[in-house]
Write a protein that binds this ligand. Structure first.
Ligand code: PLP
Length: 354
């Protein structure tokens, strides 16, 4: 009570379990139409999805602007990342990645005993394209470049022009461009690398997921978009199309053309991001310009202590991302939950914790 005399009451912890701000998920969950489609699909779960898989392949092609033969469906984009790397594995190949990026590419290469070349980041944890080019040039064998745009955990984009020009100039290098968060981007310098597939390039695979914009992380659905020859090669390293499951296919089909839900998903994310960015600005905590559904900010202090204190308040934040020590990745929750997170952070400032 003494404290409440001159400050807003400390926000109370959420009643229904913690606020999960740790895994870059979509807090909205499935759209209403997808929930209904999943429930209705229960009646068909005894059937193999031969026909519906082809319907989904066509719907994905329409969504990204290609043909069904450009699409290799997968269980989450995680499986497409793995299959793409394994499809182009050969003796002497290296995987080139920025030092601070999504971990799946490296994990897959390590499992396959491939050489991994990690490239140092540029200023403000940017991806240094020139340094990545140099890593490709310095290697005698083939290179696979895994490029996440916008990047995770930084949330930032690279200007698409130098990236796409590089891909056009290096037909002998395979580029995996992971655009898991592409739909959230507002910065006009971002041009989806999908345009290069449309140009007919064979050395590029664009990876897409239903886990982010579409809120389907638990249903596990994604795809690779590539030239038909490249897509076929990836497909040969996927289990089989009929490994897609019926509820996931029906949810995806319900959401792909649901412009209302897509707008809601983008707008909710935008509103949540503004709450977080505003409090970070207010507290003068350095943060990177996020084009995604998470924000990377500089605590200038060990993450573990902050994460523990947030956990005590019922808020789960992202794991450590070395070499960005002292930085925290916070995934965007619902706007109201973000307002609670903002209040907790103001409270932490009063206590001298941030
Ligand atoms: N790619 C990026 C950049 C991600 O951040 C993630 C998950 O966070 C994935 C791929 C994997 O997602 P999923 O397998 O759910 O499609």
């Amino acid at each position: 009570p003494a404290r409440m005399a001159n400050a807003a009451p400390a926000p109370s912890a959420p009643a229904n379990g913690p606020i999960i701000a740790s895994f870059n998920e979509n807090p909205l969950g499935l759209s209403q139409k997808a929930r209904e489609a999943v429930a209705a699909s229960a009646a068909n779960c005894n059937r193999y999805p031969f026909v519906r898989v082809e319907t989904l392949r066509k719907a994905c092609a329409d969504f990204i602007g290609g043909k069904p033969e450009n699409i290799t469906l997968s269980q989450g984009s995680a499986e497409a990342i793995r299959a793409s790397i394994e499809a182009f594995n050969e003796p002497g190949v290296q995987l080139v990645i920025p030092e601070l990026t999504y971990s799946d590419g490296e994990m897959c290469a390590v499992r396959n005993k491939m050489k991994v070349t990690k490239v140092k980041m540029g200023p403000n944890w940017s991806i240094d394209i020139d340094a990545m080019k140099a890593a490709v040039k310095a290697h005698k064998g083939k290179s696979i470049v895994y490029f996440v745009n916008p990047n995770n955990p930084t949330g930032t984009i690279v200007d698409s022009k130098p990236l796409n020009d590089w891909i056009r100039a290096e037909p002998g290098v395979l580029f995996l461009v992971d655009e898991a968060y592409g739909e959230f981007v507002e910065d006009k310098r971002f041009v989806s690398t999908a345009t290069l597939v449309a140009e007919g390039l064979k050395n590029v695979i664009v990876l897409k997921t239903f886990s982010k914009l579409f809120g389907m992380a638990g249903l596990r659905l994604g795809y690779a978009y590539a030239h038909p020859e490249t897509a076929k090669r990836v497909h040969e390293h996927i289990a089989y199309d009929i490994f897609m499951n019926v509820p996931a296919i029906e949810a995806a089909l319900a959401e792909l053309n649901d412009q209302e839900f897509i707008a809601l998903s983008k707008n909710t994310n935008k509103e949540a991001k503004k709450v977080l960015v505003d409090v970070l600005d207010e507290l003068k905590l350095e943060h990177l310009p996020s084009e995604t559904n998470f924000v990377f900010f500089n605590l200038k202090a060990p993450l573990a202590a902050f994460a523990d204190r947030m956990k005590a308040e019922g808020i789960l934040v992202g794991r450590p991302f070395p070499p960005a020590d002292g930085w925290c990745r916070l995934s965007l929750a619902m706007p109201d939950d973000m307002r609670r997170i903002a209040a907790v952070m103001r409270d932490f400032r009063k206590k001298g914790w941030v």
